[in-house]
Ligand binder design. Structure first.
Ligand code: AQP
Length: 328
């Protein structure tokens, strides 16, 4: 039997190359090696206010992007989290075994809470819901970008605490990080991770950006005062661009070094932009084909939900039974 994999992405805006290189590209690579469930985690998205009509649209668009990058819905499940009530149900049961201090220590909570005047309690609970997403499917492996490592550690702590309080119920999930692209940084601010919610016009490259826009954003990316690539002294901006190039082209460290050493920044950026455009063009063409038939996406989401609900309902039943709640 294949080991089960779960991972999710929020429909909070257009997915960017950080999401792709940190997580989604890996999802495509491993989809035939494991039994995979990919979540469009819309219940996570509403921890921040989302305009309802935009959120609905973004869920469907994200499903189309996931298929366009190469996920095969015949072999893997692409699920909208809110279609499966068991996520929220298990989330509540796990909330009750999670000490408040564990959640207050999460760095993502601290930075998001600092940035907001009125902090919704959903932002604090977010990692418990994420633990529920993973444990619900008894996932053995969770491929994510480096920014989610701390949340994965927490999911393991929650599972362990539940298992020791109520008996063996959950599989212990392992984190799987990509070897390159685990943390793609903002093009304008190379000390901050590329993020959907950042507002700078040149911060992120969307997977659906027009080739001209991609090139413009890369040509304007922040570098440093060196005139050309020097591997000993290069700053975070140049490192980030070369890491993006390497992750898209899958070149070795030596190949990157040989291709870029001494190259002037303008030429280096052109080469990086060409590689990104070449990788994204086929994805964008496929996206246009898929979105021409919205009925198809609805079918994919419904069929996936029906398939995974069997696993999810079984875990909720086991969890309720372990806790002494009433089950038939
Ligand atoms: N910059 C990044 N580099 C590498 N991996 C990244 N991921 C996100 N940003 C980067 C990975 O993408 C997957 C899905 O991300 P998500 O949308 O669920 O979570 P997020 O971290 O909240 O994404 P954003 O873009 O940063 O959104 P906002 O701005 O809303 O917070 C995850 O596996 C994540 O590791």
């Amino acid at each position: 039997m294949k080991a089960r994999v779960f991972s999710g992405i929020q429909p909070t805006g257009s997915p960017h190359i950080g999401n792709y290189l940190g997580a989604l590209k890996n999802w495509v690579k491993i989809q035939h090696d494991y039994e995979c469930i990919w979540g469009i985690v819309d219940l996570h998205a509403i921890t921040n206010y989302q305009k309802p009509e935009e959120l609905r649209q973004q869920i469907v668009e994200l499903a189309a992007v996931l298929i366009a990058i190469g996920l095969d819905p015949k072999h893997t499940s692409i699920v909208a989290q809110s279609m499966i009530p068991a996520h929220a149900e298990l989330g509540w049961m796990l909330t009750c075994v999670t000490p408040l201090g564990w959640l207050e220590r999460m760095t993502q909570y601290k930075s998001k809470a600092q940035a907001q005047e009125a902090v919704g309690s959903g932002i604090l609970q977010y990692p418990v819901l994420m633990a529920a997403d993973i444990l619900l499917y008894q996932a053995a492996i969770v491929p994510v970008g480096d920014d989610q490592s701390q949340h994965l550690e927490l999911a393991r702590d929650i599972a362990q605490r539940f298992n020791s309080l109520y008996g063996e119920t959950f599989t212990m999930p392992a984190t799987k990080l990509p070897s390159v692209g685990a943390r793609v940084m903002g093009l304008d601010e190379p000390d901050k991770k590329m993020s959907k919610s950042a507002t700078g016009p040149n911060h992120a490259i969307s997977l659906l950006d027009d080739p001209k826009v991609i090139t413009r954003k890369i040509m304007r990316a922040t570098t440093d005062s060196n005139p050309a690539v020097d591997f000993e002294t290069m700053g975070a901006g140049v490192q980030n661009l070369l890491a993006i190039y390497q992750a898209f082209t899958e070149c070795s460290d030596d190949e990157v070094r040989n291709q870029f050493i001494g190259l002037r920044y303008g030429d280096m950026k052109k080469k990086v932009a060409e590689a990104v455009v070449a990788a994204l063009e086929p994805i964008q063409a496929r996206y246009r084909e898929i979105t021409a038939d919205p009925g198809y996406l609805d079918t994919v989401l419904r069929e996936s939900a029906a398939r995974v609900s069997v696993i999810a309902d079984d875990t909720v039943r086991k969890t309720k039974k372990a806790m002494g709640l009433y089950t038939k």
